[in-house]
Design a protein around this ligand. Structure first.
Ligand code: UDP
Ligand code: MG
Length: 328
């Protein structure tokens, strides 16, 4: 049988309202899974504090002191959800046979864990959680998410629709992920490109247990831009195609103007001139903006700054744990 030490990686950003309850539910689930022999008793819950400004870290600290099944990482500042789950996965992979990333708000049905683990035991290296519906999302989030997935598909990136970051990765998949050194992270796009035997689990999305969504409009927009620019260079090609078409059109217009001039049919043409320069000006700036996005990404990649800075870690090696457990 495959090794079955599970680490749950939970990104937490200003989650003080609900974290205590979430931790209880997760610990109970872990215990139930150990009891039925699905996972090893060395399994743990790793809470990653993504630079919260509230009492999240205090709560994590308290949980780790009370219960050896919890461990924690704190970032020096807010680096975002993608970095938080990456940090958790990279830390957990040392001891885990499999890692499941799950949000701290319990929106992703924790009861689906059994099926994730079953898929892993049957040989899957990656198991993607797919939401059955988007009923808990508002109209705006639903529409923008659908448009984003469509756009990604158009740009040639095959991301799994309705899969957020509720997923299981085996040790082999985690080791492969560790080889990717890019600073601009979009895990939903990156992980499917790694290959491996994969499976999917469908789950129901619930309402947030406590607090409000931490994904502001700015964060959502920046995740979408990162997703596109880190997975596809098709926007750059589209600019070339657009530029070629505009050049063809300009050649035609030039010939027409010359003929008109030769025939003495010069028109006033104020509106046309204004419209053409406005449209071309707009297109040029838009194209420059897209190129600029990519140049910015290259700039960040070449600097290769750390993807996150860890400020504090609460971590007990499994050997220390078994000693304390024996002492008890
Ligand atoms: N989160 C994070 N860093 C951030 C924003 C969010 O670690 O900068 C965490 C958050 O605590 C939660 C998960 O990412 O555990 C998903 O965020 P949220 O539930 O707010 O997003 P939504 O479900 O509304 O898309
Ligand atoms: Mg949520």
């Amino acid at each position: 049988m495959r090794g079955n030490v599970l680490y749950l990686v939970v990104p937490c950003y200003n989650e003080e309202e609900g974290l205590g309850y979430t931790a209880r539910v997760m610990a109970e689930k872990l215990e139930a899974l150990v009891r039925i022999g699905k996972i090893d008793k060395k399994s743990r819950i790793l809470l990653v504090d993504d630079g919260s400004g509230d009492n999240t870290w205090k709560i994590i600290f308290g949980l780790c002191r009370q219960d050896n099944r919890f461990c924690g990482i704190r970032f020096a500042r807010n680096y975002g959800h993608q970095s938080a789950i990456l940090a958790g996965m990279m830390k957990a992979r040392i001891h885990a046979d499999m890692v499941v990333t799950i949000d701290a708000d319990l929106q992703q049905d924790i009861e689906a864990l059994d099926r994730f683990i079953q898929c892993y035991l049957e040989g899957a290296e990656i198991v993607y959680g797919i939401r059955n519906n988007r009923n808990t999302d508002g109209f705006f989030k639903k529409t923008t998410a659908t448009c984003f997935y469509r756009l990604m598909e158009l740009l040639g990136c095959h991301i799994i629709p309705n899969h957020a970051d509720y997923r299981l990765l085996s040790k082999a998949a985690l080791d492969a992920l560790a080889e990717y050194k890019e600073v601009n992270l979009f895990l939903r796009g990156l992980i499917p490109t790694m290959g491996f035997v994969s499976d999917v689990v469908y789950f129901d999305v619930k309402k947030r247990e406590a607090g409000r969504s931490k994904y502001t409009l700015r964060k959502m927009f920046s995740l979408a831009v990162d997703g596109i620019t880190s997975m596809s260079i098709r926007p750059l090609r589209l600019i070339t195609v657009l530029g070629f078409m505009v050049s063809l059109f300009s050649c035609g217009m030039m010939i027409k103007c010359l003929i008109d001039w030769a025939l003495g049919n010069n028109l006033q043409g104020y509106t046309t001139t204004l419209l053409v320069s406005l449209i071309l000006g707009g297109l040029t700036l838009f194209s420059l903006g897209i190129v600029g996005e990519y140049v910015g990404k290259i700039y960040l990649e070449t600097k290769s700054r750390p993807r996150y800075i860890v400020d504090a870690v609460i971590w007990k090696e499994p050997e220390e744990l078994s000693e304390t457990e024996e002492e008890c």
